[in-house]
Design a protein around this ligand. Structure first.
Ligand code: G6P
Length: 608
């Protein structure tokens, strides 16, 4: 969602800030803005739509100045207009502020500030912060920010500058990430490391309720109640090249093609063949509680939720746990029975999804052991869980998740193996799965090699208005994920269904203009899905089947097939999801859609 970048140093700020905003575009936004301090009046520019609109204006006006803040806004309170875009200012026009998150008590604060004479210009919750800081300002910006934030309920990651302090940026966080970048004679801050990686590999993650003061020569961190915090910079894992598309036209395609390595990275150092089990160092500290666990509740959103649905089948097969998978946003509305022996597993690529975070906090409060399966190292969910496993999928820029999903599936199998082998699961079964996992990367490469064939299918079908995706058991979450990918990036309406539910509704829609993608690898539910395919064909619905190599029987029953290599039926989703990602990608490109930045969507959903 919204993005922040801030710079103070010896270089002209505007190019660095604009470059940072472009690096943050992938997160989703609808307007942007920039404020720069220089010897004259402060410079402020805003634009609706693409960062390039802002860039054109700023480049033309070429403001000088060695300090500034910039923002991409994803509208929550107030329409996406120039007025509502950040940075916001106070009445004096000296304070400039950018903010991610939501100020929950802004109406009460606004009423109070208006009564004491503050003039509001925007529809946003954020503007209240500028006036609140102004009301506390007595010459020291840091103190004013600390005091203002003590009045605030809600979430924020923010950066503030003041015309009277041209060497200083104040940043703060509660619930919305802020990372500092420490360079030579320059300091930066951003909501996401991707905006910093071009400048420095020395980063410092701010914790909740901390405020940092950045100057060209360094930084210092305090808590909101003014206690000094000492924290060393750490080296950024991913270099700047991870943020480049390389030879690929889109990040999404690059990330789809990175999936064999994503699985290899998820497996690296985690397989113990002599015992047919997984080694997961991040879970060692909680093994005694895991051994006693009886119930597993998985919470997540979006694609990560579908990984959780897959995990339900896998854990039920490999362990004796009772498993529930719940949408994080619904978790709080259910009266789930959380006991001493309940484990809650939060799955999140970004580690910042607000609903998932809220769910894990609630589970912790109720006494559950809370684990995380997270991609972004050092993210909030990673830090707030008792223990967990990192995906190590590398930075994912495409808004539609691809390589993170496949690495989540891989690691979920490893976690299930670890728990299962401590219970009834045999060595043979464990070892079979480990071998299957090791074969998966090369098999994914074979599927990727069919990209042109899948593109030719997209050419036939990209004009369709609706699509149905069906699958059973392990393939049911894949059907849901395939449909999600298509609607997210190509805006074609698509529904994923458990194939057995076909006759309870969707079959009414089937006609020659309504294509179905059927997930039909030759596994234990193959015969049943074939019956569903026949029912669709009987109603003249076109069918694309994803099946296993050498399955000649299916050819006469469907219009097109996409073949995948064979693996253990539990692991087939690692192969069958890949053509669905490619199909969605090619349809989106053929329809002229902005694949990496689909409309209205955000990479990381940091508001509930
Ligand atoms: C957004 C993204 C999805 C992602 C979901 C959950 O909707 O666009 O790709 O699956 O959030 O995000 P998380 O980071 O928690 O996995």
């Amino acid at each position: 969602m919204c993005g922040i970048v801030a710079y103070v140093g010896r270089q002209t700020a505007r190019g660095i800030l604009l470059e940072g905003l472009k690096r943050l575009e992938y997160r989703g936004y609808d307007s942007s803005g920039i404020a720069i301090l220089n010897s004259g009046p402060p410079y402020l520019a805003k634009a609706v739509g693409k960062v390039s609109h802002l860039e054109d204006r700023v480049e033309e006006e070429a403001p000088e100045g060695l300090i500034g803040i910039a923002h991409t806004r994803w509208a929550t309170h107030g329409r996406p207009t120039e007025t509502n875009a950040h940075p916001h200012t106070d009445c004096s026009g000296r304070i400039f502020l950018v903010h991610n998150g939501i100020i929950e008590n802004y109406q009460r604060l606004k009423k109070h500030l208006s009564a004491s004479g503050h003039q509001f210009r925007t529809e946003t919750d954020t503007e209240v912060l500028t006036h609140l800081i102004e009301s506390f300002y007595q010459g020291d910006l840091e103190t004013a920010v600390q005091r203002a934030l003590q009045e605030v309920q809600g979430t924020y990651g923010l950066a503030v500058i003041h015309g009277d302090h041209p060497q200083e940026i104040i940043v703060a966080r509660r619930g919305s990430p802020i990372v500092l970048g420490i360079g030579k004679d320059e300091s930066l801050a951003a909501s996401d490391v991707s905006a910093l990686a071009q400048h420095t590999d020395q980063v410092v993650y701010l914790e909740d309720n901390e405020v940092a003061r950045l100057e060209p020569g360094g930084f210092r961190i305090k808590t909101l109640d003014n206690r000094t915090v000492s924290r060393e910079a750490q080296i950024l894992e991913a270099g700047p090249e991870a943020m480049d598309r390389g030879p690929y036209p889109h990040f999404m395609l690059k990330e789809i093609f990175e999936q064999p390595e994503a699985v290899e990275n998820a497996l690296r150092g985690r397989l113990n063949h002599s015992e047919g089990v997984a080694k997961l160092g991040g879970l060692e500290s909680v093994m005694d509680r895991l051994e006693k666990a009886r119930h597993l509740i998985i919470v997540s959103c979006g694609t990560s939720y579908y990984a959780g649905l897959y995990a339900r089948y896998v854990f039920e097969t490999l362990t004796d746990l009772t498993v529930e998978t719940e949408l994080a946003s619904e978790f709080r509305y259910r009266k789930l029975n959380i006991r001493q022996n309940t484990v809650v597993l939060a799955i999140s690529q970004s580690g910042e999804t607000a609903d998932t975070l809220a769910a894990l906090r609630e589970a912790k409060r109720k006494g559950a052991l809370v684990l995380g399966l997270v991609n972004v190292v050092g993210s909030t969910i990673a830090r707030e869980t008792h223990a967990g496993v990192y995906s190590h999928a590398g930075i994912e820029i495409g808004v539609a998740s691809t390589k993170s999903f496949i690495s989540q599936l891989t690691i979920l199998v490893l976690i299930a193996l670890l728990i299962g082998r401590g219970r009834d699961l045999s060595y043979e079964e464990g070892e079979k799965l480990l071998r299957g996992l090791e074969e998966a990367p090369d098999q994914i490469r074979e599927v990727l090699a069919q990209s042109d064939h899948i593109r030719s299918l997209a050419q036939i079908y990209c004009g369709a208005s609706h699509f149905l995706y069906i699958g059973r058991k392990y393939q049911y979450p894949v059907a849901l994920e395939g449909a999600l990918k298509l609607k997210e990036i190509s805006y074609i309406h698509a529904e994923g269904y458990a194939a057995g539910e076909m006759k309870h509704g969707p079959i009414a829609l089937i006609d020659p203009s309504f294509p179905t993608v059927a997930l039909a690898p030759e596994d234990s539910s193959y015969d049943k899905i074939i019956s569903n395919i026949q029912e669709i064909r009987a109603r003249e619905g076109p069918v694309i089947a994803v099946t296993t190599q050498g399955n000649t029987r299916i050819r006469s029953m469907v219009d097109h097939i996409i073949e995948t290599p064979r693996n253990h039926s539990i692991l087939m989703p690692l192969l069958t999801v890949v053509p669905l990602q490619l199909f969605a990608y090619h349809c989106a490109v053929l329809r002229g859609c902005d694949v990496d930045k689909p409309r209205n969507l955000a990479k990381s959903v940091t508001v509930e």
